[in-house]
Design a protein around this ligand. Structure first.
Ligand code: SF4
Length: 344
């Protein structure tokens, strides 16, 4: 089946999908007494993050900041602290700025095109928010939607990236949208991608649109969609674990940085001008960020080698009991706890 055949069967697709969604949708806190604010917060949190990770953050967030104006009035430090652990901190900063922008408006725009002007809002979020909150007929297209559509039409094309594939499928997705219930249709597509049309093991027997699915009838659904292989790069980062009566030496990422400004981390040896040579690290941890496979090595140094005034205002001593109150990037808080434990 090609995309045009699928669009000819749009009515059947919509009906099967929405009927399935009405019977099977998960009970999620942002669907309970929905509001524009809850929709926006959930959409920001769900970018690149799974529902089960988001749930506890969402509940706490709504209690701490129940409205756009409550969020607008919070300090950036508070907001980053509340977001800590969810990653991709630019989302928290943008959500904060968005709340400030909305709180200052007399009239909130109700279409995706206008929402694109707000911080942190791309075509996906604009479509999701405006279809759910204002019933705008704007289809969402992300990795989930691309996966479903590419399987339905048994598309063997190889895409460079999800963004590339999303562009290719935007028109088909828009043709399929349910004109009476666009927000529910978009949520149903998300739900189908997250719970049935899974990346590695699609549950075709449970799928409401399986009779329309050519990928499944050809037995190639698990291989689709196809993407060019991404090259990975290895990196090693040496960090300095410096602890004494003054506290633990931490680095605050400056405001001039492109990413993660205001967050704290264990400083790198390079930042402190220390050459570790072939020294044996106290602790080693591995992690992946986008295409990078990173080995983080922690080397212990005595506080006497640190000349704080020379290092500048972004390096500070922090007592272990103060760690809890500071926003940290990625797993640094966990690493600090591990290092403190090792030190006894
Ligand atoms: S039949 Fe299977 S592959 Fe096709 S859309 Fe449904 S879950 Fe996905």
């Amino acid at each position: 089946m090609d995309a045009s055949t699928l669009t000819r069967q749009a009515e059947t697709f919509r009906t099967e999908l929405i009927t399935w969604y009405d019977a099977n949708q998960r009970d999620l806190p942002w669907r309970d007494e929905p509001s524009l604010y809850k929709t926006v917060v959930s959409e920001f949190m769900l970018q690149q993050t799974q529902v089960k990770t988001v749930l506890p953050y969402f509940e706490k967030w709504i209690l701490a900041y129940p409205s756009f104006s409550a969020l607008a009035e919070a300090s950036e430090n508070q907001v980053l602290k509340s977001w800590e652990g969810l990653g991709y901190y630019s989302r928290a900063r943008n959500l904060h700025k968005l709340a400030q922008a909305i709180a200052s408006l007399e009239k909130i725009p109700r279409n995706a095109k206008s929402w694109l002007a707000f911080p942190g809002i791309g075509p996906y979020s604009a479509a999701a928010i405006c279809s759910i909150a204002f019933a705008e007929r704007e289809a969402v297209v992300d990795g989930n939607v691309v996966r479903i559509l590419a399987r339905l039409v048994a598309d063997k094309n190889q895409f460079k990236s999800t963004v590339d594939a999303a562009k290719a499928y935007r028109e088909v997705a828009q043709t399929l949208i349910n004109r009476d219930r666009p927000g529910d249709h978009n949520q149903a597509m998300m739900e189908l991608g997250a719970t049935v049309c899974l990346k590695h093991s699609p549950q075709c027997l449970l799928c409401p649109v399986s009779k329309l699915c050519e990928g499944q009838s050809k037995g190639i659904e698990s291989e689709l969609p196809r993407f060019q292989k991404r090259k990975t790069e290895k990196q090693t980062i040496s960090r300095a674990w410096v602890v004494g009566d003054q506290g633990i030496l931490v680095h605050r990422i400056p405001n001039s940085a492109n990413r993660m400004k205001g967050l704290h981390e264990i400083p790198t040896c390079q930042q402190l001008n220390i050459n570790v040579g072939g020294g044996v690290p106290l602790l080693e941890r591995k992690r992946s960020i986008t295409k990078y496979r990173i080995t983080e090595r922690f080397h212990k140094f005595e506080p006497s080698i640190i000349d704080l005034p020379k290092l500048g205002p972004n390096f500070l001593w922090v007592q272990p009991q103060e760690i809890e109150d500071l926003p940290f990037s990625g797993p640094h808080r966990k690493w600090i706890a591990e290092l403190l434990e090792m030190e006894g």
